[in-house]
Write a protein that binds this ligand. Structure first.
Ligand code: ADP
Ligand code: MG
Length: 244
């Protein structure tokens, strides 16, 4: 097997005396699509937010992304340039057009020219099916369209890793499919994806590996078939029974 792109060792996180992550060990290979499932409050968001240090973690643990240690300091900008994130609530800049939203980071962070950034942004908006809306503002788009713009914005930095935190949970049901379709296409392109999701159908279809989390631990990990059809742990079975 190739060297892992993401290496997590003994990742611990606490708020006061409440421990949210209990020493997570996890390696994710280049190009792997990992879906993280589990009950609310189990630490899924905290885990992926630690990967780009949106959450600080206890300093006896370690996260390495593409050879770069994730810790406060100068390297953090390098990590964040390689790790894109898509949130439940889109987080687009409301006062900028869709096109500008996608152009911004390549210009600011990579020093790309306006013309090159615009070309890239238009290509990406085309890929996610939003090219017609390029000159609109986020507030003029549906939730599903905004989330597709957010994915295009993340892709504009050509990240090695894309983190998704329940990207379809805030959407009206009729818009979930269009966002999942974009994510399915992406999964075939070789980008490494870590997806926190309640969409079990998506996880089954797209994941190389499914992690089941509960109480700040990875309780069980395996292929979709292993986790969904033959879960070994009682807690996994109970969770799947409740959601499926
Ligand atoms: P999930 O994404 O699986 O729902 P989270 O990672 O958001 O879980 O949260 C895990 C636990 O950490 C929850 O019990 C939550 O209440 C707690 N938590 C999250 N953020 C904070 C915070 N800022 N202060 C205190 N507790 C928090
Ligand atoms: Mg969460």
């Amino acid at each position: 097997m190739k060297a892992p792109l993401i290496k997590i060792k003994n990742l611990r996180k606490a708020y006061g005396n409440f421990t949210v992550l209990h020493g997570i060990d996890l390696e994710i290979a280049q190009g792997e699509v990992v879906c993280v499932v589990g009950p609310s409050g189990s630490g899924k968001s905290t885990l992926i937010r630690c990967i780009n240090h949106l959450e600080p973690f206890e300093n006896d643990g370690e996260i390495i992304v593409d050879g770069i240690p994730v810790r406060p300091g100068r390297d953090l900008a390098d990590v964040r340039a390689e790790v894109g994130m898509v949130f439940q609530s889109f987080n687009l800049f409301p006062h900028m057009t869709v096109l500008r939203n996608v152009m911004l980071a390549p210009i600011r962070v990579r020093g790309m020219s306006e013309a090159d950034a615009e070309k890239r942004a238009r290509d990406l908006l085309d890929r996610v099916g939003i090219s017609v809306q390029a000159e609109k503002y986020p507030g003029q788009l549906s939730g599903g369209q905004q989330q597709r713009v957010a994915i295009a914005r993340a892709l504009a930095m050509e990240p090695k890793v894309l983190l998704f935190d329940e990207p379809t949970s805030a959407l009206d049901p009729e818009m979930v499919g269009e966002v999942l379709d974009v994510m399915k296409k992406l999964a075939g392109t070789g980008v490494t994806m870590v997806v926190v999701t309640h969409e079990m159908g998506f996880a089954r279809q797209v994941a190389d590996r499914v992690l089941f989390m509960d109480g700040g631990n990875i309780i069980e990990a395996g292929t979709p078939t292993e986790i969904f059809d033959a879960p070994k742990e009682e807690r996994t079975r109970n969770f799947l029974h409740a959601v499926l």
